[in-house]
Design a protein around this ligand. Structure first.
Ligand SMILES: [Zn+2]
Length: 51
């Protein structure tokens, strides 16, 4: 489902933000690395495909 924007604070993760809770890439972000907001990154392609 659609959620507010979040991204990873881990530098080794892709520089994108997510806005779907069921995004496979977003789901790999551990909670301690998860930061709300876009981080100034472009939107994750998998999230774009989900709408
Ligand atoms: Zn995503």
């Amino acid at each position: 489902m659609k959620v507010s924007a979040y991204h990873s604070s881990n530098k080794s993760d892709p520089d994108v933000y997510h806005d779907h809770s069921d995004c496979p890439t977003g789901q790999q972000i551990p909670s301690y690395d998860k930061v709300s907001g876009t981080g100034g990154f472009p939107r994750c392609k998998q999230c774009v495909d989900k709408g």
